[in-house]
Design a protein around this ligand. Sequence first.
Ligand SMILES: NC(=O)c1ccc[n+]([C@@H]2O[C@H](COP(=O)([O-])OP(=O)(O)OC[C@H]3O[C@@H](n4cnc5c(N)ncnc54)[C@H](OP(=O)(O)O)[C@@H]3O)[C@@H](O)[C@H]2O)c1
Length: 332
Amino acid sequence: MTTLYYEKDADLRNLRQRQITVIGYGNLGRSVALNLRDSGYDLIIGNREDDFARLARNDGFIVTPITQAAQGADTIFLMIPDEIMPQVYLEHIAPNLRTGDMLIFASGYNVAFGYIEPPNHVDAGLIAPRTLGIGVRDGYLNGLGYPCYVSVAQDGSGRAWEYLLALAAAIGALRQGAIEVSFNQEVEIDLFIHQAVLSAIHSTLLAAADVLIREGYPPEVALTELYLSGELGMLFSRAGITGLTHALHMLSPAGQYGIMSRTERFQEVKMQRQLESILDNIRQGNFAQEWVSESADGYPRLKALQRRFQSSALWRFEREVLDMLRGLPPDA
Ligand SMILES: NC(=O)c1ccc[n+]([C@@H]2O[C@H](COP(=O)([O-])OP(=O)(O)OC[C@H]3O[C@@H](n4cnc5c(N)ncnc54)[C@H](OP(=O)(O)O)[C@@H]3O)[C@@H](O)[C@H]2O)c1
């Protein structure tokens, strides 16, 4: 049985003497920093001198170079992209770690795949929201919180869980109950959802759009039905509240029957094998190696995929349909 942690399991007094820094002020870094400050904690933002640093200053934070921020703190949130984090860690963080310091990751990626090995005398914890950065801020402000995973990979101080749960509570991550997972489980399931589930949904949408438009349905109708109406999104967000089986009941009986009676057609052994091989590829660390070399080469394949997608018929149809739905003339 997994362990869940709630706000009652956290003691914020554990943070009294802590000097907190948030490295990175992007999607998640900004939300985490604003939530910590609203919970009454002073903190420094560590960031290079550019737009994100300016945004943090506009939000009223003190911003220093990353090295200086790491030197002045004993609690370090690493809120920068996973693929560049090892280099930043080795250059700016590792040389400044002292006994009792705590590293907070928002993804199990670098520790699980061995790109970052925290020294024995520090704590290493995970607070991994199951929502986008903006969701972390909204969930804090509306009081409902957001789904989250927590974990401790290293307990140099012997009190890592106490500090981790207090920090998680301070950013609103325990309001719905945070699930304890391992660093490996977090990153494996995170990557699996992108590579197996979202890619399967993505390819189904592309294929469906192609069939409908080829069969003569107006692109504006095909794309509105597939996702521009937001109905699919509503069904899935409803499933996030009531569960998928209950959410399906919101559809007409014909809709429910259609979905449940045709699902088997797509449950091929091949699909199962595909899902298993994607998960295996992730667990072996092969995807992580692929992504490290892709980022080291300046993301050539990602850019080529994005160009290919942006030159696709669907992309063009989508632009036209969105403009039309917004009442903009075709050549706006
Ligand atoms: N995005 C999410 O919704 C989400 C959800 C859950 C977990 N996470 C995890 O949270 C962590 C942060 O993700 P994110 O999406 O928030 O990242 P992000 O928005 O892409 O991070 C942008 C920040 O990283 C800094 N940065 C980028 N390249 C850098 C470099 N080479 N050297 C130093 N700083 C650099 C940027 O500052 P400058 O470019 O100005 O230096 C900026 O402050 C990751 O571990 C991610 O897996 C993210």
